[in-house]
Design a protein around this ligand. Structure first.
Ligand code: ACO
Length: 376
């Protein structure tokens, strides 16, 4: 069949005004602004406004957006009961997928996809996601659930609800920068999933739920947990090189490396590397950071010629660990950030929709005679 591209590599399947990637040069921009500038000067709330409105907000607009977001931190009635009926040993990514999906049940008009309504639902999902995640963690560890503090920004409030005490400004800022770096990224697998779902004129909840299911895979957002597991498996810095070479010898992939689009250094990874180094020094985790740099060095000599460099997940593992996140909350953190991107794409899709319905190359048999049951 003509034009078959395994994994849809190189296929342009949508248009966006949100993020631009130049994989050869290692450039990522949100609405034309280099990601580094946003990581240095913006906040997660402002970044989401930027992606949803395709321009930076004025102060009054940002204040109004933030106020609206904070007014939805609190979960709708009954949601907490649903959450605390889940098994305590459930994987947090399954919890996120289930609970974000279930928010539709508390919406009197869940299927409304008029653009303004779709945006409002997205805002409520974005505001609820940190509360859901922190509440589940407190519940599963037998600690009292902490109510959100609407005087705090999304990142700071999440850490407050998770730990029961306000984070230091450094930790809150680090968390916020991580969210900014993870908010949007072109037509990645989970964003594509969200756009595909809503292209049937389904609803915002279904689209975001599908995207969460996609993100948890180890080839996508789940890789940040894979990186941390790998770092835990490597006993010390000097063992890192052999560990990597042994895995490459077996043709195993090293989590946190490689990317379908980037054939140069992922610009998000360079920011996270700086952040990881600082936080590791501040929290007594230099060993973890040094293991990471040794892995990177080994990968550089072994496979950089193939265009394989650290991706966003590699240094986010050390960063999240230093912030104090339990390992299985790493990918759910990515969910929180990416709801901003997914929702923006869903609205973009709805604004100029055409049903996604690609073709498949049938490679099976033809004209096969039906065999009766007793002759098989
Ligand atoms: N470690 C070792 N080798 C790798 C890696 C890796 N992490 N990634 C790619 N390669 C090699 C492949 O073995 C292949 O080599 P070959 O041509 O000699 O056979 C070549 O690079 C191309 O790799 P593909 O798997 O074909 O690339 P693809 O574009 O399909 O996959 C992917 C991209 C899935 C991200 C891949 O690099 C990977 O599995 N990485 C590890 C998981 C990961 O970190 N995922 C997160 C990505 S970022 C994100 O989603 C947020």
């Amino acid at each position: 069949m003509a034009n078959f591209a395994k994994g849809l590599e190189g296929v342009v399947a949508a248009q966006t005004r949100m993020s631009y990637i130049d994989g050869e040069k290692g450039i990522l921009e949100y609405v034309g602004i280099p990601i580094g500038e946003l990581a240095s000067h913006s906040t997660f709330e402002e970044t989401v406004f930027l992606l949803w409105n395709l321009r930076l907000p004025r102060q009054a607009e940002l204040d109004a957006f933030t106020k609206e977001l904070r007014s939805r931190y609190e979960l709708p009635a009954g949601v907490l009961q649903r959450l605390t009926a889940l098994p305590k040993n459930a994987e947090p990514m399954h919890v996120m997928r289930t609970m974000v999906s279930s928010l539709a049940l508390n919406d009197a008009d869940p299927n409304n996809i008029e653009l303004e309504q779709a945006r409002k639902k997205a805002l409520a999902m974005l505001a609820s996601a940190p509360t859901l995640l922190a509440a589940f963690h407190r519940y599963r560890t037998g600690q009292p659930i902490v109510a959100p503090d609407t005087s705090l920004g999304l990142a700071e409030n999440f850490l407050y609800m998770l730990n029961g005490k306000k984070p230091t400004p450094t930790m809150a800022k680090a968390m916020d920068v991580c969210l900014v770096l993870h908010t949007d990224h072109g037509l990645n697998n989970s964003t594509f999933a969200a756009r595909v779902v809503v292209s049937t004129l389904s609803d915002m909840y279904s689209a975001i739920t599908a995207a969460i299911g996609s993100l948890r895979g180890p080839l996508h957002g789940g890789a940040n947990e894979g990186v941390m597991k790998m770092l835990n498996q490597i006993p010390n810095v000097d063992a890192a090189e052999k560990f990597v070479l042994d895995r490459l010898e077996k043709k195993d992939k090293i989590p946190g490396f490689g990317h379908r689009v980037y054939k140069a250094y992922d610009p998000r990874a360079s920011h996270l590397k700086v952040l990881a180094k600082q936080l590791a020094a501040d929290t007594g985790n230099t060993d973890l950071y040094e293991k990471s740099t040794r892995i990177e060095k080994t990968m550089e000599s072994a496979v950089a010629a193939k265009g394989i460099y650290p991706n966003v997940d590699f240094y986010s593992a050390t960063t999240y660990h230093c912030i104090g996140l339990p390992l299985d909350l790493f990918t759910p953190m990515f969910v929180i950030a990416r709801i901003g991107g997914w929702a923006g794409h869903v609205v973009e899709q709805l604004a100029d929709n055409r049903l996604f319905r690609p073709s498949v190359d049938y490679v099976g048999a033809h004209g096969v005679k039906y065999t009766p049951m007793n002759q098989r």
